[in-house]
Design a protein around this ligand. Sequence first.
Ligand SMILES: *Cc1c(COP(=O)(O)O)cnc(C)c1O
Length: 366
Amino acid sequence: MARVYNFSAGPAVLPEEVLKEAAEEMMDYQGSGQSVMEMSHRSKVYDKIIKDAEADLRELMNIPDNYKVLFLQGGASQFFAEVPMNMMKNKKAGYILTGQWAKKAFAEAKIYGEAVELASSADKTFSYIPDCSDLPITDDMDYVYICENNTIYGTKFKTLPNTKGKDLVADVSSCFLSEPVDVSKYAVIYGGVQKNVGPAGCVIAIIREDLITDECLPGTPTMLKWKTQADNDSLYNTPPCYTIYICGKVFKWLKKMGGLEAMKELNEKKAKILYDFLDESKLFVGTVVKEDRSLMNVPFVCNIEDAEKKAEIEAKFIKEATEAGFVNLKGHRSVGGMRASIYNAMPIEGVEKLVEFMKKFEKENA
Ligand SMILES: *Cc1c(COP(=O)(O)O)cnc(C)c1O
């Protein structure tokens, strides 16, 4: 069995240990005689799986008691609509535009109310995080929205915006559990788990309790009301059972690795190996300003002026890297170039070997 080094932005690499355990439990989960895929979500066995997953997540993130944890479907993209549906009491909110995912959330909010652009980094292809110390936030805004780690462009908020007392909503899809966070600084933290946590099919939302009310926008579907989901402990209908089970295993793996402090240290070490190389390389160059670089998604291009030649050598690099076992390095279809996503489950050897390969490629193509 040959496993590749998978630099996919999502669905993405999972810890091998977790995959092995899941394989072992496939035919018979802990003496139940069934796989987790086959069992009732109302069974005692499954109840323990979802409760343990929540308890471990609460421990890992140190989630205060006045926050609910919901396991939802629909992906992060559906949650773009759930935020205004559940939070736009005044029908007005502020959005900070730092890339495609923030723009999509912004466009979705406009369907439901007045979404105001507070700041943007569109002027420089989203290669930096705008200054958010004094934004034009008005008193009538229901919340301020950010995409904390920009999966496509590779930027990350290193300090949270000054929301002037307004509730902060953050899409953390691609930096979920990559480092410790102070949950109490947010009103809502959410993310699709298929980037840094588990398989596709589930969004985890951590929501301050006072925001979970019956007062949603008129026409909000029952399923998309946070109150419905919270009142039923994420079991209003059939949840993504198997995905939640794997997420639970990843939480246990993270605890074993030393928790989020340890992950942060490891992620910084991994990212440094790649960024240091990009900074010294003559062929490859990172596309993000240094102070806003993501630890998770590292976009880079070939430093060649002639556009045709550049495209040619980048294609050659991606092809040869794939053949050498470094897969999914192609940049997002909207930006081109390359992107290495180095999530929690990417071992440090994967990054070291990628850099070795890049050095070799650079020499051969000088
Ligand atoms: C991938 C991604 C999304 C979209 O996730 P879906 O679950 O596919 O809807 C949203 N936000 C961010 C930051 C992402 O990386």
